[in-house]
Design a protein. Structure first.
Length: 113
């Protein structure tokens, strides 16, 4: 189940416009109109991008009188960070083992001379 959610998150962030929307929402909540303003696309196109981000759990919308501000759900980044960190740690462990092997080889070659 976590993998499915993670796949949706990474798929949603694969689009540069959606990444830009996420970056802008990291500064604060905004309406669809505010988010659409800098783009040369329709409000409906930005709404479609927001729907993808919502389906991935990255964005939520609330009601504030007549406004429906979009909000970045930052805890989803914890899911991504833990996934990336797991593989980063594994890679670092492999590099540390390789460093040990190379150091031992260097030491053995130094003794053989």
């Amino acid at each position: 189940m976590e993998d499915d959610r993670l796949s949706r998150v990474f798929a949603a962030l694969a689009d540069p416009t959606r990444r830009d929307i996420v970056a802008r929402l990291s500064l604060g909540d905004a309406t669809v109109g505010q988010l659409a303003a800098p783009y040369a696309v329709s409000v409906q196109a930005v709404s479609k991008h927001l729907k993808v981000l919502e389906d991935a759990g990255l964005v939520s919308r609330s009601r504030d009188a007549q406004r429906r501000p979009c909000h970045l759900e930052a805890e989803v980044f914890d899911l991504m960070t833990s996934w990336v960190d797991r593989y980063r740690r594994q890679a670092q462990e492999r590099y540390a083992r390789l460093d040990d092997v190379l150091a031992n080889l260097e030491h053995e070659e130094g003794e053989a001379s």
